[in-house]
Design a protein around this ligand. Structure first.
Ligand code: NAD
Ligand code: UD1
Length: 331
C-alpha cells in the first residue's frame, strides 16, 4: 500500500514510518519541519534500509499538497501533522486552530479530489474530558476539552464524522492515544521536545541526564493508591504498530479506537521504575497539583484488540529503558 504520512518526521510519525516499512508499505512523508529535524529522515533510512520520498511542504499550502497527490498514486493517509503543546495552545489559540484545522481541511479536500478516501487520524484521550469512570471507553461521549489543543482534536473528530455522514465510501479511523512515551530500540529516534518539557517522561529524562535539576511531582494527595496522578503510558513503538493494524484491519466506515495499555501507572511508580531499570537517581520533590490535571485515567483497549487485533506488548520497564537509551545516545 502507498501511504502518505503527514508529520512523518515527528515523534509518533517517525516510529510509524519504521513499522509501515517493516510491513512492506510504500511510504511518502510530508512535514514542514516545524517541530522536527531533517536528520530524522536519514535515521529512518538507516533503520529501515530504504530510501524514503520526502516533501518539505506545509499542509496549509493546498497547492503544494495537491502536487503530492498528482505525482503519487496514494492509497491512504495517516495524518499526524499538527501542533500539540497544550500550554502553548492556551496562550496562542488562533495559531492552533489555524494550523490544526486548516491543514486537516486542506488535506481532506485534496484527498476527496483525488478520490483517496482512507485516513487514519491522530486524536487524543483528551477528547474524553472528565468522565464518571477513569477507564475511558469509546462508547463514552466526548467531554469538555481542557485546552484549545484538545478542542482542535474534538473538532476534527466531528468534521470527520460529518464527512463520513455525507459520503459513506470514506474509511476513517480515529485513534485516541493515551500517553505516548519511549523510543525506538536503536536509540536513533525518540522524542525531542523544544525547551523545558511539560510532559512527565521527557522531564524525567532531562533530570536523569543532569540537564534539569529536579522533577516536580504535581501533587501527592489525589485519591489514587500513592496519591500521585495516574495515566496510561504507551510505548511509541506499540502505538506505531497500532497505526499499521488500523490500516490493515479497520472495518469499513468510521471507527474510533483507544490506543492505550489499559493499565494505570502513577507518577511515583514511573519515576521509581525509571530509577530501578536504569540504575540511577531521579531527583524529585512533591509540589502542588498542576491546575487542570485529572487524578486518574486510562484506556479500555478492548475494542482495538477485538477489531484491529492490536494490543500493547511493551512493559513500563521497556519504556523506561528505551527512553534512557535514546537520551544517552543523544546527549
Ligand atoms: P510532533 O510535533 O513530534 O510531530 C508532528 C509533526 O507535524 C512535526 O514533525 C511537525 O513539524 C509537523 N507539522 C506540524 N504542522 C504541520 C503543517 N502545517 N504542515 C506540515 N507538517 C506539520 O508530534 P507527535 O507527538 O508525533 O504527535 C503526532 C500527532 O499525534 C499530533 O497530531 C498530536 O496532536 C497527536 N497526539 C500526540 C500525543 C503526544 O503525547 N505526543 C498525544 C495524543 C495525540
Ligand atoms: C498531557 C495533555 C494531553 C496530551 C498528553 C500527551 C494536559 C491537560 N493534557 O496529558 O492532552 O495528550 O499530555 O502525553 O496537559 N507530572 C508531574 N510533573 C511534571 C509533569 C507531569 O508530576 O513535571 C504529572 C502530571 O500531573 C500527570 C502525569 O505526570 O499526573 C502526566 O502528565 P503529562 O505527561 O503532562 O501528561 P497529561 O497531563 O496526562
Amino acid at each position: 500500500m502507498k501511504v502518505l504520512v503527514t508529520g512523518g518526521l515527528g515523534f509518533i510519525g517517525s516510529h510509524t514510518v519504521v513499522e509501515l516499512l517493516e510491513e512492506n508499505n510504500d511510504v511518502i512523508i510530508v512535514d514542514n519541519l516545524y517541530n522536527s529535524k531533517i536528520e530524522v529522515l536519514g535515521k529512518l533510512e538507516t533503520i529501515s534500509g530504504n530510501s524514503i520520498k520526502f516533501y518539505q511542504y506545509d499542509l496549509l499550502d493546498k497547492e503544494k499538497l495537491d502536487e503530492i497527490f498528482a505525482e503519487n498514486e496514494i492509497d491512504s493517509v495517516i495524518h499526524f501533522a499538527g501542533y500539540k503543546a497544550v500550554g502553548e495552545s492556551v496562550r496562542e489559540p488562533l495559531m492552533y486552530y489555524t494550523n490544526n484545522l486548516i491543514s486537516t481541511l486542506n488535506l481532506l479536500e485534496v484527498m476527496k479530489k483525488y478520490n483517496v478516501k482512507k485516513i487514519v487520524f491522530s486524536s487524543s484521550a483528551t477528547v474524553y474530558g472528565e468522565q464518571e469512570s477513569p477507564k475511558y471507553v469509546e462508547t463514552m461521549k466526548r467531554g469538555e476539552t481542557a485546552s484549545p489543543y484538545g478542542t482542535t482534536k474534538a473538532m476534527i473528530e466531528k468534521m470527520l464524522e460529518d464527512l463520513y455522514a455525507s459520503d459513506n465510501s470514506w474509511n476513517i479511523t480515529i485513534l485516541r492515544y493515551f500517553n505516548p512515551v519511549g523510543a525506538h530500540k536503536s536509540g536513533l529516534i525518540g522524542e525531542e521536545p523544544n525547551g523545558i518539557p511539560n510532559n512527565l517522561m521527557p522531564y524525567v529524562m532531562k533530570v536523569a541526564a543532569g540537564k534539569l535539576e529536579q522533577l516536580s511531582i504535581f501533587g501527592n494527595d489525589y485519591p489514587t493508591p500513592d496519591g500521585t496522578g495516574v495515566r496510561d503510558y504507551i510505548h511509541v513503538v506499540d502505538l506505531a504498530k497500532g497505526h499499521v493494524k488500523a490500516l490493515q484491519n479497520s472495518p469499513d466506515g468510521l471507527n474510533v479506537y483507544n490506543l492505550g495499555s489499559g493499565k494505570g501507572v502513577s507518577v511515583l511508580e514511573l519515576v521509581t521504575t525509571f530509577e530501578r531499570v536504569n540504575e540511577l537517581k531521579v531527583n524529585y520533590k512533591i509540589v502542588d497539583r498542576r491546575p487542570g490535571d485529572l487524578p486518574e485515567y486510562y484506556a479500555d483497549p478492548t475494542k482495538a484488540l477485538k477489531e484491529l487485533d492490536w494490543k500493547t506488548e511493551k512493559t513500563l520497564e521497556d519504556i523506561c529503558k528505551d527512553t534512557w537509551n535514546y537520551q544517552k545516545n543523544n546527549i
